[in-house]
Design a binder for this molecule. Sequence first.
Ligand code: FES
Length: 99
Amino acid sequence: MNIGNIKDIPRLGARVVKTEQGDIAIFRTSDDKVFALADKCPHKNGPLSQGIVHGHTVTCPLHNWRINLADGEAVAPDEGCAGHFKVDVDAEGELVLDI
Ligand code: FES
């Protein structure tokens, strides 16, 4: 599904897309990569979209687990995985979420 343009998301920010599979957080990193994770931390369902993005990870706002944006896996020593989704960015910056 088309979810807008990369310009709609601030660098190091996120926006939430509502889908039939629940809320999905779309993140933009400082190097203009775009990643999509279920907006639920694998720890206790914290809203990852409100976390702080560093490099290609996001820190959950509730208890500071760090989650890899590329695959949704928690950074060790924590263990768990948020659902992750593929996002394509075309030459105009339009974002297509693959769900
Ligand atoms: S809910 Fe994310 S770290 Fe606890």
